[in-house]
Design a binder for this molecule. Structure first.
Ligand SMILES: Cc1cc2nc3c(=O)[nH]c(=O)nc-3n(C[C@H](O)[C@H](O)[C@H](O)COP(=O)(O)OP(=O)(O)OC[C@H]3O[C@@H](n4cnc5c(N)ncnc54)[C@H](O)[C@@H]3O)c2cc1C
Length: 486
């Protein structure tokens, strides 16, 4: 039977869920508080520069293909993908970097140069990672996290040791070169926790990195959002922006309406893709499932200090994606997870989309996005942001051997306060709840409310976890659950 389904938020998970639910014949409306859709993946344009505000790495292309194929479509019906070569480079000191190219054979050559004999170990490690990818991304992540039994299969029983060992341990077992270790530990940073707190099973991220490669959608990640918007609209979804949901109304223990900009909108089902903690604050206290103490105790993914910068020259000695690992990673991760404070000497990441995409900057100019991972909940002021901008630009100048600061013609920043104001993010986290052993699958906040009928949740705080591909999967999982239960 057709149901009226109201969705809070327009991030990847909400758009995915909306498409599935509309395809199943429901009347679906999205209410988004911001003036543009896309959530964490919105876009900033200014003076001819175009920046993705959030995600910039397009990994696991098969997950996007699988999503669009559920609607008899292909990604190329909506956006154009370029495989990046090199995928990225990693700086360790002045003029000293390792370049990761677009294929395992080429990556093996780079590894061999660093540590003779390491390519053989790499192939073994990536084969194991491929095996985990096939188990996890083709199967396990498509299970809704309702019961621990979902994780028990003949294959996972054999891999149980990998849930109790960590990526850090596994990498160090095989490799001793610190530069290779940090390259192999980098992919799991997307899951939001330290490599030493991330189960070894998550090495499937290494297969995504070295096996599948890094892609760039022309005009940026936002073109994926635009593609999903077109698909949702084709399927009949209504999308409303500047609509901040203020309350979820519960009658007879059932979600029956939302209050948006002071008006009541009735619904048969309410689905929230907004941050979980915030969504529960839209309910009267007695209907909330998780206490403040519960959220306090959770390991959140880091927040970030971001800069979107327009340069009136081309920046040299950098690639589309460039990581700056020239400082002590252990110390910076302690400052994120163990002893939350502004880092003394942070690692940072820079993306120059105009290296690949002529639409990202005017001719002869460069668009730069800079990201410093931070502990959520820190005090955020414009002065502090500025200090860090100067810190990283100075480092960038030194490491890449050029003058950069004088060529800045546009600059905007985004940090903890913006994550809170723009997305109602808990403590200003950037990408949800980390995927640690205790926060995996059935141990994550549930897709379906235990206290309120017809109220559901999706997105990076639920299953399977942070990142764009998991958000698409989360939208699919919750829509199946709604179809089954309502
Ligand atoms: C800086 C950064 C870099 C990242 N890099 C990558 C990357 O390179 N690759 C990758 O795969 N992933 C990356 N991620 C993670 C990825 O972007 C997210 O996991 C994903 O976009 C989350 O989608 P979502 O649907 O769960 O939530 P969101 O995108 O957060 O969507 C939630 C929406 O709900 C809206 N909302 C909140 N409260 C209300 C309300 N009361 N009423 C109405 N609407 C409301 C918000 O405005 C928002 O639009 C990155 C994230 C960040 C922040």
């Amino acid at each position: 039977m057709m149901k009226k389904i109201t969705i809070i938020g327009s991030g990847f998970s909400s758009l995915a869920a909306a498409a599935y639910l509309a395809k199943a014949g429901n009347e679906v409306s999205i209410f988004e508080k911001n003036k543009t859709i896309g959530g964490r993946a919105r876009q900033l344009t200014n003076q001819g520069f175009t920046f993705d505000i959030g995600p910039t790495w397009y990994w696991m292309p098969d997950v996007f293909e699988r999503f669009f194929s559920d609607f008899n479509k292909k990604p190329s019906d909506y956006y154009h993908l370029v495989k990046l070569n090199p995928a990225y480079s990693v700086y360790f000191a002045e003029n000293d970097y390792i370049t990761i190219e677009d294929g395992l054979d080429k990556i093996c050559i780079a590894f061999e140069k660093e540590e003779p004999g390491s390519s053989k170990k790499l192939i073994k490690f990536i084969n194991e990672a491929l095996d985990n990818y096939n188990v996890a991304i083709k199967d396990l992540v498509y299970r809704p996290g309702l019961s621990p039994l979902e994780l028990v299969t003949p294959v996972t029983i054999k891999k149980v040791g990998q849930f109790f060992s960590t990526i850090s341990k596994e990498v160090r077992r095989e490799f001793s070169n610190p530069r290779l270790i940090s390259i192999l530990e980098f992919p799991v940073l997307f899951l939001g926790a330290k490599p030493s707190s991330t189960p070894a099973f998550y090495s499937f991220m290494n297969y995504a990195d070295f096996g599948l490669g890094t892609f760039h959608p022309k005009n940026g990640m936002y073109s994926v959002i635009k593609g999903m918007e077109s698909l949702a609209i084709e399927l009949g979804v209504t999308i409303k922006t500047n609509q901040s949901v203020e309350k979820i109304i519960v009658e007879n223990k059932k979600a029956s309406a939302i209050i948006v900009n002071g008006e009541r909108v009735t619904a048969d089902v309410v689905l929230s893709g907004a941050d979980y903690h915030h969504t529960e604050t839209l309910l009267d206290t007695k209907y909330r499932q998780y206490s403040e103490r519960y959220w306090e105790k959770k390991t959140f993914a880091p927040s970030s200090l971001l800069f979107y910068v327009g340069f009136n020259k081309k920046i040299e000695n950098v690639n589309h994606h460039t990581l700056f690992f020239d400082v002590d990673f252990e110390k910076h991760s302690e400052e994120i997870y163990d002893n939350p404070r502004w880092p003394d000497n942070p690692l940072f990441y820079a993306s120059f989309p105009s290296k690949t995409d002529t639409n990202a900057a005017p001719q002869g100019h460069e668009a730069g996005i800079f990201l410093i991972p931070l502990a959520p909940g820190l005090k955020d002021t414009l002065e502090i942001r500025e200090t860090y901008f100067r810190k990283i630009i100075k480092r960038l100048e030194k490491l890449t051997n050029q003058n950069i600061e004088n060529f800045v013609i546009f600059k905007e920043s985004f940090c903890i306060n913006d994550f809170i104001n723009d997305y109602n993010s808990y403590k200003g986290n950037a990408y949800g709840l980390a995927n640690t052993l205790k926060q995996t699958a059935f141990l994550r906040p549930k897709l379906k409310s235990k206290k309120v009928k017809n109220l559901f949740f999706t997105g990076q705080l639920t299953v399977p976890g942070p990142g764009v591909p998991p958000s698409l999967i989360s939208g699919k999982l919750v829509s199946s659950l709604i179809q089954k239960e309502c």
